[in-house]
Design a protein around this ligand. Structure first.
Ligand SMILES: N[C@@H](CCC(=O)N[C@@H](CS)C(=O)NCC(=O)O)C(=O)O
Length: 204
């Protein structure tokens, strides 16, 4: 049984979505970042944390992308084999999405409500929006003619893109004008596992 520690309003939804895709048993502890409970499992107070007590030990993974990799490799699903061209292509998508799309979104969030007010830089949101827009254009230019980001099918890179684009819509960041990228995003958002993850409600 896995435990996802973190409210689904946070990046924890990535792990809940992945566990639904895998059909693996899990429970969610819907705690908020920077609470005593969060700091008890991750000294930085950041969430999510994945806990796996299914083996001999008690493994905690305090990062959503590390946890997605762990789950994908453990279940041999939703990630291309290591050392292959497909895996390299997958990892390019994953890391550039993290860098060029999540980076600006997180900058906007930090300067809107995460950082203490005296550390927030006014006007940085507009720079972040532009950077995000450029990241979307770069991503559209890299797309192949495939149903998901890589040829072998749905992967954790699609989960990352699906989560980030929903987050961007909430932050009122621009969508893409590229028809192939918007079709890909719609396909990712239509995954039944995401609907199942969304259907579960947790108190904050
Ligand atoms: N790279 C980490 C980032 C985790 C993170 O920053 N989570 C946010 C919530 S989605 C958080 O805990 N923010 C509180 C803070 O940064 O102090 C991951 O992907 O898990």
């Amino acid at each position: 049984m896995y435990e996802v520690i973190g409210h689904p309003n946070t990046r924890a939804i990535r792990l809940i979505w992945m566990l639904e895709e895998l059909g693996a048993p899990y429970r969610v502890s819907p705690i908020l970042p920077q609470t005593d409970e969060a700091r008890a499992v991750n000294p930085s107070g950041k969430l999510p944390v994945l806990r796996d007590r299914s083996g001999n030990g008690d493994l905690t993974i305090p990062d959503s992308l590390a946890a997605l990799h762990y789950l994908a490799e453990k279940h041999a699903a939703f990630i291309p084999d290591p050392g292959t061209a497909e895996r390299a292509r997958h990892d390019v998508f994953l890391f550039t999405i993290l860098d060029e799309l999540e980076g600006p979104l997180w900058t906007k969030a930090k300067h809107s409500f995460v950082l203490p007010e005296n550390l927030r830089v006014e006007g940085i949101g507009e720079t972040a929006r532009k950077e995000y827009e450029r990241g979307l254009k770069n991503l559209a230019a890299r797309l192949g003619d495939t149903d998901y980001l890589v040829d072998s099918g749905f992967t954790i890179a699609d989960i990352l893109l699906g989560h980030i684009t929903r987050w961007a819509a909430k932050a009122k960041f621009p969508g893409t004008a590229d028809p192939r990228l918007s079709a890909l995003i719609a396909r990712i958002h239509a995954r039944p596992a995401l609907k199942a993850a969304d259907a579960k409600k947790y108190a904050a």
